[in-house]
Design a protein around this ligand. Structure first.
Ligand code: FE6
Length: 615
């Protein structure tokens, strides 16, 4: 039986204002009120457990440390009950005010004031309770403190300006929040709807949550346990549950940090790169938690774009539940998390490369493309990412790769450049005319097989003070090689280049003898310095009006005075210039094919047939 009459209070002006902010602008999705109240319940249970350590006399001591959620679809109510620490009459009033207090503090924080950490006990409850009024016609809070001498109370309000407190008998320990739902929020009285919300936001809450008598959370927040107590199978099971994955994880990183931010993270690299398989672009899917409660399942700025292949969880005590991407303060927090975690991940990949090179090679084969993207676009991490890249080269075996750092260790004293060639595969690069000049001079060339490599190399520009240079670039200057016997004389070479220039007309910008050819008769260099063959092909593929005549291609042709083909051509050009012209054109087309620059082979095939006839 109640001993005191209900007492009516006006909300403080501060609370009214805060209520208004919370209801109208702090949260955009109404459903998070469930998460907030469950989070309060969990905190209250945590505190009770703490109190049990020091206090002997605890009211209703047999009550299980659990959270019961019940819905009533007929009455359109939802109830969230905990057997936690509970509140006395004074605490009900005081906490309500303190919430307003800490809430307005947060609000000020958001506006750019300094951030006092709310590590104190009450402050932890935050502004979450008010979110109930987003969906409530009225809210009743029944509460009984753990202190046995205190009576129970019920607090009632419709959120409009006042509340009432009355003593209430027969209560269990803890708090019970009963929400009578607004007419347009009736959904939140349905079992399946709340089940879905609880599974999304509260799956890892440490205390049992029962929804209408059925347990909903059975998985542990593995990321908060210590590494050496966790079995591989547990990690795998967690990965599958948390990431909705069916494969086993390829790699995992479980780490925590205290400074500059408190972080507990458990991150996974999946087995397969689904983007590579042609599935759609991955979206950020490392979820952000604050003390086991989900804040955002797909936070966009928590990690850089190029890490979008990662799965897992980041948990930070330093985050407010109602974190916002709009306020400067919260943006800065997320940015700080981003920096710390990205650095840690890069170090992890680096360690993998050192300690488990075979596993790293497999990871790289699958996910290397993302590291390349990072190296090209993530300027702050460029240098550390370039170290993670691997390429085959003219000095590696097929299938074996080298890092740029290892390439540099093999450099001769003179060499100030790192050379690379882009081509579809090893054979194409090795058989093309560009490599031989480098081979003859013992210069290592990196082999790049992916279209993005060109973009990466152009963006990275240099490594360890060495410029990255395309070996098929027109500007590459190579050292003199001793002139082998039997080459065309300088004079004859001049005559031949003049003949070629005249025969090929507008198709060539320049014809000259080359110092980079050893075996091949000739090579083509793009006269347009800024557009490589690969870029040209990409532009062509993207170009909308396919039927349009393109501006004719002009290249620089470099010829090899040592080549038997050239010597033979020199002889022929004097005796049968007609035939020599056909050969000249064929040599140019051959060079264009090697460079990936011949778009239409029909004229070439017709000519080749003519040449075959002559033989
Ligand atoms: C938030 C309602 C005042 C405890 N348990 C639970 N919620 C709590 C506390 N809060 N503060 C302490 C709160 C309300 C009012 C504060 Br009125 F939910 N479940 Cl111990």
């Amino acid at each position: 039986m109640s001993t005191a009459a209900p007492q009516k209070f006006e909300f403080q002006a501060e609370i009214k204002q805060l209520l208004d902010i919370v209801i109208h602008s702090l949260y955009t999705e109404k459903e998070i009120f469930v998460r907030e109240l469950v989070s309060n319940a969990s905190d209250a249970l945590e505190k009770l457990r703490h109190t049990q350590l020091t206090e002997k006399e605890i009211f209703d001591d047999k009550a299980d440390l659990e959270i019961n959620v019940t819905t009533d679809d007929k009455a359109k109510t939802i109830t969230i009950q905990d057997f936690g620490i509970g509140m006395t009459r004074a605490e009900l009033v005081e906490n309500l005010g303190t919430i307003a207090h800490s809430g307005s503090k947060q609000f000020l924080k958001a506006l750019g004031e300094g951030g006092a950490k709310n590590a104190n006990l009450i402050g932890q409850f935050g502004v979450g309770f008010y979110s109930a009024f987003m969906v409530a016609k009225s809210v009743k809070v029944y509460s009984h403190s753990w202190r046995a001498a205190e009576p129970g109370h019920v607090w009632t309000s419709d959120g409009s300006g006042s509340y009432e407190i009355e003593e209430s008998d027969g209560q269990r320990r803890g708090s019970k929040v009963v929400i009578e739902l607004k007419d347009d929020c009736g959904d939140y009285a349905s079992d399946w709807k709340i089940k879905e919300i609880l599974e999304r936001y509260s799956a890892f809450v440490s205390f049992p949550i029962n929804l209408n008598g059925k347990r909903v959370n059975t998985v542990q927040a593995l990321w908060l346990r210590s590494k050496n107590e966790i079995k591989d199978e547990e990690y795998t099971e967690f990965y599958k549950f948390q990431s909705h994955a069916h494969d086993d994880p390829r790699l995992r990183l479980h780490f925590s940090a205290d400074a500059p931010l408190s972080i507990n993270a458990l991150l996974f690299v999946p087995k397969e790169n689904t983007e590579k398989l042609g599935f759609s672009r991955l979206e950020a899917s490392v979820s952000l938690y604050c003390r086991k409660v989900l804040i955002d399942a797909k936070p966009k700025d928590l990690l850089p774009e190029w890490l979008r292949f990662l799965k897992g969880v980041v948990d930070s005590d330093d985050l407010p539940l109602n974190i916002s991407r709009e306020t400067m303060q919260d943006k800065a927090l997320i940015a700080k998390l981003n920096t710390v975690i990205t650095k840690r991940l890069i170090k992890f990949f680096d360690d993998e490369a050192k300690n488990r090179p075979e596993a790293y090679a497999e990871f790289y084969a699958e996910f290397g493309i993302f590291l390349k993207e990072g190296a090209a676009v993530d300027y702050p991490h460029k240098d550390s990412l370039v170290k993670l890249l691997r390429y085959e080269s003219s000095l590696t075996e097929k299938g074996k790769t080298t890092s740029l750092a290892d390439y540099v260790t093999r450099l001769g004293g003179e060499q100030k450049e790192i050379y690379y060639l882009v081509g579809p595969n090893r054979a194409a690069i090795e058989n093309g005319p560009y490599l031989e000049g480098f081979k003859a001079r013992n210069l290592e060339v990196l082999f790049c097989y992916e279209p993005v490599d060109e973009y990466v190399m152009n963006n990275v520009r240099e490594f360890d003070g060495k410029k990255l240079i395309a070996a098929d670039h027109a500007d590459v200057k190579l050292s003199e090689l001793p002139k082998p016997e039997g080459a065309l004389s300088e004079d004859d070479t001049k005559k031949l280049t003049a003949f070629l220039k005249e025969s090929l007309g507008e198709r060539v910008a320049e014809v000259k003898a080359s110092d980079r050819l050893v075996d091949s008769p000739a090579l083509a260099l793009n006269a347009d310095k800024f557009m490589s063959p690969h870029m040209r092909r990409m532009m062509k593929a993207m170009s909308k009006d396919k039927g349009r005549e393109e501006s004719p291609l002009r290249v620089n042709l470099e010829i090899n005075p040592r080549s038997a083909v050239m010597k033979r051509l020199f002889e022929t050009h004097a005796t049968s210039p007609e035939r020599a012209k056909l050969v000249a054109e064929q040599i140019l087309d051959n060079a264009l094919i090697s460079a990936g620059l011949l778009d239409d082979a029909s004229a070439m095939v017709a000519r080749l047939n003519k040449l075959l006839e002559i033989i």
